[in-house]
Design a protein around this ligand. Structure first.
Ligand code: C2O
Ligand code: CU
Ligand code: CU
Length: 579
């Protein structure tokens, strides 16, 4: 009896080792200048006997890795085969707002969006994911996202591993929650299952030489504190938006949702051995989601302490070291690039963004807001003049850490609570984790792209917080080609009504003008192209009550912006035509 018992235990343990692990999926690559991406629904068997409904790009879960070259002009055809509207955003890339894929640039089911842009970014690891207002979490959780690897001539000169899936591996880590039927749950506090590139319990074979891992935290809320088992050290060579000046030696590397890091690991002397990429979350400071504690008592996150990953050290990826390849990289470069941050002496504007919880100071669940207001699709929070160099000061007045992300630009951190930032945060970044009660300042420049209609976003990259309204938007405007918006409404002109929206068969925009002059209404499509102009002229002073009627039947279904202008008064609003 006793013997059977021991054998059974032994069998179960070996079953876990032999059958429990799956070779890590490495996404296919697409390269060139023309890309076809189809966002679709699919299914995956994450658990034997269960079919999980997923979404993916050109496949069932996640999407291909896009390999782009700096300086090349690319066209991307994004077809939406879902039954739901979506968008695709090129996270970290410097593109015009109409090509950025933010929440205004919706792709209706059955349609294709065709952004085109010149790749202006430095070699680094970027990613793409949906950005539909209030639905980013759902679409990303179900599986819509992929890597973008940008290559450039500076990086090409350095002796680095760059053979995709040979000595250079993309690694996206996503914690997920499943319900009893093994469907994804969007309540992310139950996220106790780790998927790496969509693989559960993965292992990866690496050659015994210097290997590059491109780490992306693609989770909804969870921060990881990456490390290799046994405190084996590694070098960080790049952050979100480019190479660091020099490789930096670490045994731990914290990455919040949205952040990327490229690391080099020297496996030269480890052939035949196994190690693990882990998260040492027991070292994360309280208030970071993934740490032992976030909030207290009734103010805590429900079920937080029941999630076995929180505050624990856990395996993410088993790494088996096999024979070296031909022409292996065996050395770590001594220098990489020269990052030159903008000078604070040339700053044109400083903006202060304060994060608070609408549930009060002790609340760690939110909804959280920036400067007291939740995101509103129809409100432009900032107008940034083209070519401005600005400091953004992020003041976190909550007890939870928020990874702040801004579109359009890469930034350089100036300080954290007035002190110097760690050396691996001195490169170009587009996400920064702002700790509880911390103030972080960055400097950036808004160059190359302006559009008086289509805004860029900034937001918390905890997707639940983003969807709940911890987001704002800004226009980059060029004063040489557009009028400056006058925020105060002149007495002579009053916008009375614009209703209903969406509306058929016509949208009515009423106003009142008490002076002579003309009122102009222009309608733009989401790419900023003017599709209609209407002008009403008044020869005499006196109270003119009038209205514009946009006959919707003349415009195809879609999202539009209309701009009404009378003297110095300008107002831009969104209009949806659906038939
Ligand atoms: Cu990765 Cu605005 O997002
Ligand atoms: Cu982004
Ligand atoms: Cu947040």
């Amino acid at each position: 009896m006793k013997l059977t018992y021991i054998i059974l235990i032994g069998y179960l343990i070996s079953a876990v080792f032999i059958y429990g692990q799956t070779q890590l999926t490495i996404p296919d690559t697409l390269s060139g200048t023309n890309f076809n991406l189809t966002v679709k629904s699919g299914t995956v068997n994450f658990y034997p006997g269960f079919v999980t409904n997923t979404m993916g790009v050109n496949g069932n879960y996640l999407g291909p890795t896009l390999i782009l070259r700096k300086g090349e002009h690319v066209q991307i055809n994004v077809t939406n085969s879902l039954t739901d509207t979506t968008t695709i955003h090129w996270h970290g890339m410097h593109v015009a707002p109409e090509n950025d894929g933010g929440p205004h640039t919706v792709i209706l089911p059955g349609t294709t969006w065709q952004p085109q842009f010149t790749v202006m970014d430095n070699a680094a690891t970027y990613w793409y994911h949906p950005h539909l207002h209030k639905k980013t979490n759902e679409h990303v959780t179900k599986g819509v996202s992929g890597f973008i690897i940008v290559r450039d001539s500076n990086e090409a000169k350095i002796n680095l591993p760059r053979r995709y899936s040979v000595d250079d591996f993309p690694i996206v880590v996503q914690s997920r929650a499943f319900d009893a039927n093994k469907q994804f749950l969007f309540k992310s506090e139950l996220d106790s299952v780790i998927l790496v590139n969509g693989t559960k319990n993965p292992y990866l074979q690496v050659p015994s030489q210097v290997v590059r891992l491109r780490l992306l935290n693609g989770s909804t809320e969870r921060t990881y504190n990456f490390g290799l088992k046994g405190n084996k050290s590694f070098y960080q060579i790049a952050g979100d938006g480019g190479l660091l000046n020099v490789p930096i030696l670490f045994t731990r590397l914290r990455l919040a949702p949205g952040e990327r890091a490229e690391i080099l690991v020297d496996f030269s002397s480890m052939q035949g051995q196994t190690t693990y990429l882990m998260s040492y979350a027991s070292d994360l400071s309280n208030g970071i989601i993934g740490a032992r504690q976030v909030g207290m008592g009734i103010n805590g996150i429900p079920n937080y302490s029941n999630n076995k990953l929180n505050g624990a050290d856990f395996n993410i990826l088993r790494i088996d070291v096999i024979a070296p390849t031909v022409n292996p990289i065996t050395t770590i470069p001594t220098s990489l690039t020269t990052n030159i941050p903008w000078n604070t002496a040339s700053v044109n504007a400083t903006r202060i963004l304060t994060f608070t919880s609408t549930g009060g100071m002790m609340n760690v669940v939110g909804p959280f807001v920036i400067n007291g207001v939740p995101f509103n699709m129809n409100t432009i929070n900032y107008n940034v003049p083209l070519n401005n160099i600005e400091i953004w000061e992020l003041r976190n007045q909550t007890l939870v850490a928020h990874p702040f992300h801004i579109h359009d630009v890469q930034f350089y951190l100036l300080d954290r609570n007035g002190s110097a930032v760690p050396s691996n945060e001195k490169g170009r970044k587009d996400v920064v984790l702002v700790l509880p009660l911390e103030t972080v300042r960055f400097i950036t420049k808004f160059e190359n792209f302006s559009n008086s209609m289509v805004p860029y976003m900034y937001h918390c990259h905890l997707l639940t917080h983003e969807d709940d309204g911890m987001m704002g938007q800004f226009l980059v405007t060029n004063t040489t080609d557009v009028e400056i918006e006058n925020p105060s409404l002149p007495n002579e002109f009053l916008l009375m009504q614009n209703y209903p929206n969406p509306f058929n068969p016509s949208t009515v925009i009423g106003y009142q003008l008490s002076i002579a002059g003309h009122v102009t209404l222009k309608v733009y499509d989401i790419l900023g192209r003017e599709v209609a102009t209407l002008v009403n002229e008044y020869q005499t002073a006196g109270l003119h009550h009038s209205q514009f009627a946009i006959i919707n039947s003349q415009l195809p279904s879609g999202v539009y912006l209309y701009r009404i202008q009378a003297g110095y008064f300008t107002e831009t609003k969104k209009m949806i035509i659906s038939k």
